[in-house]
Structures are given as C-alpha cells and as structure tokens.
Design a protein around this ligand. Structure first.
Ligand code: FMN
Length: 187
C-alpha cells in the first residue's frame, strides 16, 4: 500500500477477531516504531508487549477507555534515564508519539487494525498500568497501541478544513464555530 493511501486509510479499530498476531509481525511494528524521528536522535522509548490474556483482562478492567478485545497491547514508554535532561526532557512525549503513529500506520499498511489509548498525563491511567506491568518509577507509559486483526471496517475520513490553515501568518480575527469539549474523553 502506498504510504499516502495508508495515512488516509488509518482509523481507530475497536473490535478485533479472535486471532493471534504473529511475533514476527509484532517485531515489524516495533521496527516501524523505532524508525520514527526523535529529538537529537535520543530514542528515549521502551516497549512492553503484552499478549497474555490475563494481563490484557487486567488492563481492560483498570482502564475504562481501553475495554476492547485486542489480542496484543504495545505499551510505548519513555525512560527518563534515556531521555534528555533539563528543559528538553519533555521532548520524550513527542518522540514516543511519533513512534506510536508509526505503529498505527505500519499496522494499517499490513492489514491490521489498531487504536491509540492515551495514558500519559492521566495519573488515573498511569498508576494502575505501571502496577499491572511492573513499570519502574523512572519509566512513564505514554500510550498503549492495541493491535489485532480487525472485526470492523471504517471509511477513510477527510477532516481537512481550510479554516484551520493560515498562510504566511496567523489571523486572530478569524472566527471558529465554538465547540464544547468534555473535560475527559468519551470513548
Ligand atoms: C492521544 C490519544 C489518546 C487516545 N485515547 C484513546 C482511548 O483512550 N480510547 C480510545 O478508544 N481511543 C483513543 N484514541 C483514539 C481517538 O479516539 C481517535 O483517534 C479519534 O476519535 C479519531 O478517530 P480515528 O482514529 O478513527 O481517525 C486516542 C487518540 C489519541 C491521539
């Protein structure tokens, strides 16, 4: 699949077939993750791959926005011992986000479904996840990518809105339709 086609095709898949994802395929996804760019090539990431039903059930039980039947969870973490120190430290979030997006796109391109589950910065998510997966204090889980063979199909979306684009400089007078956003998500 062409990269541009994959980018438009990717959607969040929340229903999966009861079918394992082969280890080699998971490794391919992790290779895609680590092909992402990182600030000063820091690569502060670590990955916890969980495909045991017991752990997956625990994750679903504790994370209310992660109650989907995916056979694999890839937890993308930033290791503060590997990250930059000082004001650049927070770059780990962007580095690991790029890795997550690469996993989503790689999964789509090989016919797998996936969804990004946000963990950081919500303490209510971070704490139980760290406990379940035995994650030390200096490692922070940014997000989970659920992966599996899709049991639902979704149309590609076109969200391009030229009102969100400014050419040359920002125009603060441009009016946007106000949209109330909930305090937390609503999955
Ligand atoms: C940072 C982040 C956190 C997200 N967290 C969740 C989540 O906890 N549960 C979930 O079902 N989807 C989650 N999503 C997926 C979004 O809901 C989804 O991307 C959005 O609704 C757009 O739909 P699409 O991915 O099909 O284009 C998250 C996405 C991002 C980028």
């Amino acid at each position: 699949m062409e990269a541009i086609e994959t980018i438009f095709k990717r959607r969040s898949i929340r229903k999966y077939l009861d079918k394992k994802v082969e280890k080699d395929t998971i490794i391919t996804l992790l290779k895609a993750a680590t092909a992402a760019p990182t600030a000063a090539n820091c690569q502060p990431w670590e990955f916890i791959v969980t495909d045991e039903e017991e752990k997956l059930v625990e994750l679903r039980d504790k994370l209310i926005f992660a109650r989907y039947n995916a056979p694999v969870a890839i937890v993308v973490c930033g290791n503060m011992k590997l990250s930059h120190k000082g004001p650049s430290q927070e770059m780990w979030v962007q580095d690991c986000s790029a890795a997550i997006q690469n996993i989503l796109l790689a999964a789509t391109s090989i016919g797998l479904g996936s969804v990004w589950i946000g963990i950081y910065p919500l303490e209510n998510n971070i704490k139980p996840l760290k406990k379940i997966l035995n994650v030390p204090e200096y490692v922070t889980p940014l997000g989970i990518v659920y992966v599996g063979y899709p049991a639902e199909e979704k149309e590609a979306r076109n969200r391009f809105d030229e009102k969100r684009v400014y050419w040359q400089e920002y125009d603060p007078n441009r009016k946007h339709r106000a949209k109330d956003k909930p305090v937390i998500g609503h999955y």
